[in-house]
Design a protein. Sequence first.
Length: 709
Amino acid sequence: MFSELKQELSTYLPAEQIETIYAAYRTAKAAHKGQKRHSGDDYISHPVAVAHILAGMRLDATSIMAGLLHDVIEDTLLSKEEIAQQFGNAVAELVDGVSKLTQIQFESKAQAQAENFRKMVLAMANDMRVIIVKLSDRLHNMRTLDACPPEKRQRMAVETLDIYAPIANRLGMHSFRVEFEERGFAAIFPMRYRVLSSAMRKVKGNRREILIDIENTLKKSLIKHGLPSDSVWGREKNVYSIYKKMRNKKLSFSEVMDMYAFRIIVDSIDTCYRALGVVHNLFKPVPERFKDYIAIPKANGYQSLHTTLFGPYGVPIEIQIRDREMEDLANNGIAAHWLYKSKDKAASDTQIRARNWLQKILDIQKNTGSSLEFIEHVKFDLFPDEVYVFTPKGEIMELPHGATAVDFAYAIHSDIGNSCVAAKIDHRLAPLSTALVNGQRVEIITVAGARPNPVWLNFVVTGKARSNIRHFLKSQQQVEAIKFGKRLLNRALSALTSSWDKLPAEQVKKILDEHQYQQAEELFEAIGLGNAMAPVIAAQLIETEQVKRPEITPKSSKPLAIKGSEGMVVTFAECCRPIPGDPIIGIIQSGRGFTIHLDQCSKIGKLRNKPGKCVELQWSKHIEEDFRVNLYLLVVNRRGVLGKIANSIANVDADIDNINVDEHDGNYNIINVIISVRDRKHLANLIRRLRLNKEVLRVSRNKPTWDKD
Ligand code: MN
């Protein structure tokens, strides 16, 4: 089976490379041993055929080996690592890339989905050889489609027409595109295909004489002008292109068929134009049918001269004129640029070649000023800035590079983003911060009432996610500030033996106007955020004609009760981490609400004496939150100490949030641990437990209280 391939390879590859390819063949054959195709053939016949297609395009040895091994990861026990070990990383990467493309399946029929799917296929293959191997694989599968069961045949044919034919076209691989279309069309519409092709056969018989006649006339004329004659031939139209023309241009079969097409291949660009002159001299050109795709190439790099002539007997003749290089490019497109050149060792880096190919087309288009659309597409396909992932329903979402599960959630809907709590990526639970990769299937788990986490702002990359999270947090802060501000104001009013509900409406309005607040909520919000001082406002509110504005006496007011669930307007200072039961004090931070410290915290300093800067606080009787506390332990440096400590903490039903071990000296360690507890009683219990371990010598809160010697 290998000998035919070997013969083809030996026309352009050195013997030692063919040896390595043979080794890949033997490995593939052994791996697929016992497997059969639908046709009943040994499985290995398929990869060999794929390698043959690749060899036909003169692809390098790496690609040929990848062609031989392209199904082993997917269908056999052989792993990527084993391939890498035997045949090197380059081959393994190619095989892996092809396997990934094989795993994704196109299901939706929507136009936009097809376009996205094509982009995804291109984006997933960062080495363009992956695409070329994949296209060759698909080509052979289409050639052997008849052996497949009907549903598979149908699915493959649709996918080929919707995805692979356009990709081949975009990459300028004309012969692939034509065969994809021809075979895809035949499989989807077997009747139409049969009727059309038998009609074409009939017409062809009648046309043969005319065809030969015109061909001879053209050849003679070219020779007369000193141009080579062996490169003129009558072009066969394919069934699918006839069908498309009939459908799109609403032409009858005879109208489409009543056309003779020839191609003339010459040796240089110069000769192309000379040959054009010759044929225009021979038959009269049809006005406005001449196209110069040499000066202005098509979007995929295609170059040629097209013209239509009034032929003998009044039949129109379509003529294409191009040189050898253009012909090769027209047939093989991007693959033509992998044409193996053994001397060209320096350019063996395939990515460089892909870039060169792009650069070449870019240059062509720059010089001619034609559409850059293709460049934008391919450039973006080769150097992807975007990732394409599936929703659980099989739709494809396009997201910027680095997008995370949270970005994905917001891209679907802001409600999904706002209430997401976890993600499943390819059916596995994953953190919301996970950056997504092409081709993954992403599912978002939401919980009613869940809220966006401010931490998300550190990793989201899309504007939509960012602005939605910010917006939510801001409105959330506003709600909390209003609630908290109203409580603060009421407390200040109660110190003056009044309350908000008892205030006369006109007095409230007067004060609101004075401060330019439209409504009471704005006043509450300002107080809650620390932008206005509750005692000052309270004093103003109860001032009347009779009662002079009273002195501000914060000491006399009842402390405000804190629950720990006040949200973003109340934060607990990390320097002292107060917990329920501790004496506390609130420090106003303009615009950001309040920070709660231990009453004795050294960080408060002079602020304590500034009226309006501190608020007296006490703990509410009903607290459901847990609070973080900061402990330092001096322990004997011994095996298993950490385990014992963790055990003690778990035994009193407290949670470790963070743990850090500092080597003190050889004999002792200092362990710093942040633990979630309910209150002082809970903490006291915990400390007692910790001290029961004989390795624990000291326990202290917030900072080590023993001498560091
Ligand atoms: Mn295959």
